[in-house]
Write a protein that binds this ligand. Structure first.
Ligand SMILES: *Cc1c(COP(=O)(O)O)cnc(C)c1O
Length: 363
């Protein structure tokens, strides 16, 4: 008998997650100098971590002999003040990806369904399959736009979760606050909307689902410190929802699911408004720079509002490969059913220039 025959069926149906390759790996595989490689593959912050968060993390390191505060009081207190919600409406996780998994623990099982768009962030599907639930993928509309009425129409009595991101990844498309609001109002009472707000901080006016939560709608919003705050390597994110839903999810997590270093960094990052404003500004400039560059190359792109752009290059994997050989790591999105496209993270001005130069040569 093999281990696979003994394993839970859910894990056998798991596709392998294709992460962006680390710089060191690419350098080793291609014999390149790591210092000459740029990574625009995983929507990381090109300006590094928030300096305040970095200093707090360094201070916290001196006490890693102690377990973290498993209630994550300081983070939740800071979040409650920032959002004007109660502390018991927040849950912290090892990245928002862990919270997606906790939602699976709480709501997904064989016979249940999780509704999402086609080409949505792959983790939604991975979590559904992990728990033996059925991922239901709804086609995107023209221009890769997310079709919320179609998402609604895909809900059945077996549906428990609907996952939606705006800006979405990898497409970068957004839905308006009005569209999202109408969608939330139309949700049947046996379904929880998982609103993935991983890129919300890059928007000038992110849709605000706090009133819907206050009105008793079944919505949970996920946020992360991995993107605009520049703390992807520390693995911390959070969710806000009704206190009742958060209490349920608290039961599904490990007592110390987030490290003390990550928690300390997160508190300081939440105080670093200056860094946030600068990154938002730089990102807007970088998006415009890349869009202008793609236009000059005569390439179609999806005008996204996150910190990345989807650009049509023809043979995505081939162009990805050519770029990687010259030390520019991007993300092919063939695995998302978008073989003609590449996803490019907005870098610094110099990184964007280099990407555009190398892309021109690679096409
Ligand atoms: C990056 C990203 C996340 C955040 O993942 P973490 O686990 O917090 O690093 C969540 N959702 C989407 C759509 C993302 O792109």
């Amino acid at each position: 008998m093999t281990f696979a025959e003994l394993a839970n069926p859910g894990i056998l149906s798991q596709p392998v997650y294709e992460a962006g390759k680390p710089i060191e790996t690419v350098a080793r595989e291609l014999g390149l100098d790591p210092a000459g490689i740029i990574k625009l593959a995983s929507n990381e912050n090109p300006f590094g971590p928030s300096p305040k968060a970095l200093a707090a993390a360094q201070r916290a390191l001196a006490e890693v002999n102690l377990y973290p505060d498993g209630g994550y009081y300081a983070v939740r207190e800071k979040l409650a003040a920032k959002y004007g919600l109660k502390m018991d409406q927040f849950l912290v996780g090892q990245g928002s990806n862990e919270i997606l998994e906790l939602l699976g623990h709480a709501f997904l099982a064989p016979g249940r369904e999780c509704v999402m768009h086609a080409s949505a962030f792959i983790v939604y599907k991975l979590v559904a399959l992990l728990f033996g639930a059925k991922p239901v993928e709804v086609p995107l509309g023209p221009g890769l736009k997310q079709d919320l009425p179609a998402l609604l129409a895909a809900i059945t009595p077996a549906t428990r979760l609907v996952c939606l991101a705006s800006p979405a990844n990898p497409t970068g498309v957004t839905n308006t606050a009005e569209e999202i609001d109408a969608f939330v109002r139309a949700l049947p009472p046996h379904v929880v909307l998982v609103m993935d707000e991983a890129y919300a901080e890059f928007l000038d006016h992110a849709p605000d689902l706090r009133p819907a939560i206050a009105a008793g709608r079944k919505v949970i919003c996920l946020r992360t410190f991995s993107k605009i705050y520049g703390l992807a390597g520390l693995r911390i994110g959070y969710a806000y929802a009704s206190a009742e839903l958060i209490a349920l999810l608290q039961r599904t997590r490990q007592p110390f699911n987030v490290s003390s270093v990550a928690a300390a960094a997160a508190v300081a990052a939440l105080e670093d408004d200056e860094f946030l404003a600068r990154c938002r500004r730089e990102n807007r400039t970088g998006l415009a720079q890349l869009e202008a560059g793609f236009k000059a190359l005569g390439r179609e792109f999806v005008p996204g509002r996150g910190n990345f752009i989807l650009v049509k290059v023809g043979d995505g994997p081939a162009v990805f490969d050519r770029l990687q050989r010259v030390g520019v790591i991007t993300r092919p999105v063939k695995g998302y059913g978008l073989p003609e496209w590449l996803r490019v993270t907005v870098g610094t001005r110099e990184q964007n220039e280099r990407l555009l130069r190398e892309l021109k040569a690679a096409l």
